[in-house]
Ligand binder design. Structure first.
Ligand SMILES: Nc1ncnc2c1ncn2[C@@H]1O[C@H](COP(=O)(O)OP(=O)(O)OP(=O)(O)O)[C@@H](O)[C@H]1O
Ligand SMILES: [Mg+2]
Length: 244
């Protein structure tokens, strides 16, 4: 098995004496689509931010393709193929769609920038149809698409997203999820933080449930969806009724 992302005994937090993550183990195989679930305050955002290089590590390791990256600053992790779409402030609202993409492309060699921006415009026709529109004027779903396009501009191997469905209408959530499915099908490994357990398990092949800074469950999505304990805790008990 080829794991592309490997987190071992990871502890991390915003202050040196207070670990929010308390020994997290997580493995994501190349090409996999994994959803990270858990109650509010469980540490989901902290975990993905730590993987992206945005929260100090207190112990443990983060490896990408077997290479230790936990000492690398965030922008070098991006260069190594790990792209992260944060939960908030993932676009520049005052800038146009084109400017947002241009800024994201700055990390690339100059000669490749225009080509990658054009590729993103091809992939996201909604954005291409109005490159001069201010990002702040877009709908919630389109903003998330722009945030995803910004992350994809570097052709990452791993795409990590923190609740891109937050605040979106069901129709827009379906749109964003369909896009993430297609991105995964194109060969990019996806780690998605999702608030809605049922929706998350329906899109990913495996679910990891974080509780109080620790992994409480890690199993194929179908197993988690059928698990009476998981159902009772996170799904309102409906699967449990069906199981008995
Ligand atoms: N910037 C910060 N500084 C200090 N503590 C923080 C910071 N961000 C989050 N925390 C704390 O870390 C813990 C985990 O928060 P985190 O945002 O990772 O949870 P989460 O699982 O993403 O929750 P949610 O579902 O609400 O997004 C919480 O106790 C929170 O108060
Ligand atoms: Mg969060």
């Amino acid at each position: 098995m080829s794991d592309i992302l490997r987190v071992r005994a990871l502890s991390a937090g915003y202050q040196p004496d207070m670990s929010i993550l308390k020994g997290v183990d997580l493995k994501v195989d190349a090409g996999e689509f994994v959803v990270l679930l858990g109650p509010n305050g469980a540490g989901k955002s902290t975990l993905v931010k730590t993987i992206a290089g945005l929260v100090p590590i207190h112990g443990g390791s983060v490896k990408l393709r077997g290479e230790e990256i936990s000492d690398l600053p965030a922008h070098l992790r991006l260069r190594h193929g790990l792209a992260f779409v944060p939960q908030t402030e993932n676009i520049f609202a005052q800038m146009t769609i084109r400017e947002n993409l241009q800024l994201a492309a700055q990390i690339l060699p100059k000669a490749t920038r225009a080509g990658r921006i054009a590729a993103m415009m091809d992939t996201f026709p909604d954005l291409a149809s109005r490159p001069g529109t201010r990002a702040g004027a877009l709908s919630g779903g389109q903003r998330q698409m722009l945030a995803v396009a910004r992350a994809l501009i570097v052709e990452p191997e791993v795409l990590i997203l923190d609740e891109p469905s937050a605040g979106l209408s069901p129709l827009m959530v379906a749109d964003v999820f369909a896009r993430l499915k297609a991105i995964n099908a194109s060969g990019i490994t996806v780690l998605l933080v999702e608030q809605n357990v049922r929706a998350g398990l329906s899109i990913a092949s495996r679910g990891v449930i974080l509780v109080e800074g620790r992994v409480a469950h890690d199993a194929p999505s179908a197993d988690l969806a059928d698990d009476p304990v998981v159902a009772q805790l996170y799904l309102g008990g409906r699967a449990q009724e069906g199981a008995q």
